[in-house]
Design a protein around this ligand. Sequence first.
Ligand SMILES: [Zn+2]
Length: 271
Amino acid sequence: MRLRSVLPLALGIAACGDGENTPAHTHELDKVDAVSATFFENGNREYYTCDCGKFFSDSEGKNEIQKDSWVIAAVGTTADAFDAFTVYNSKSTKGTKGIVCNLDTDANAGPATYFGEADKNLEWDGRKTTIGFMLDLSELKENDFTIWDLSFNKKEGDEFKNTAEYELRFGIAKTAKGFVVCDLFVPGVTFNAETDLAEILKSDKTFDESTVSVSFEAAIDEGNVMTYAITVGDVKMEGEGTFTCDVVGFRTLWNAFMNRNGVEAYNFTRS
Ligand SMILES: [Zn+2]
């Protein structure tokens, strides 16, 4: 949201008159307040606009700037994403693009993350929403795998808690030919490295590129029926499940299971 306030002051005389018939234009500036970037949404530095279509960094209209030069990128689209997430797995590290997911051998997992939210909840009204990000899988060798999971919150009193009913989940494994991907949407929250990997390897859905865009798209209706689509590159996997509780938000985006260091996740978006 941009808050505008009209300045009572006036305003540099623009030296753009080009003849006797064109009076010099006096900028009248509206201030656009600075807005912090959030994990998913861009912010902006303070700037000033004039009806003549020019933009300025200062209240006197002296320093003209280009449109959108004030944009502060959403944290999730920068390497700062690592700092903004609450990352549980201390083995994971800040990458050049985002979060390098490294294996915690005790947990057999990469980072379990909250979306940089102190209360462990990213508010959601149930309307169709897509959480997207990029994965760099180039470190995976044959039979390596990574499992990603989007979990959901219910509310108990003032506290947000994992619904522990359904989570959106997919797995990717490296094969001799490329990558294979599988929808692992099942009731409950259990994981098993062996059986999950076997399930992934049974899939006939494949892709070749080691860098791939992925997304979780979900909507939930008044009957608590969630419909979803998980997209990995060109592979789209759809389904639905019914919760017994009211879902109020997203809880974690979790690199839930993997067996090798170095998968990098970056450019997180919500739409
Ligand atoms: Zn002007």
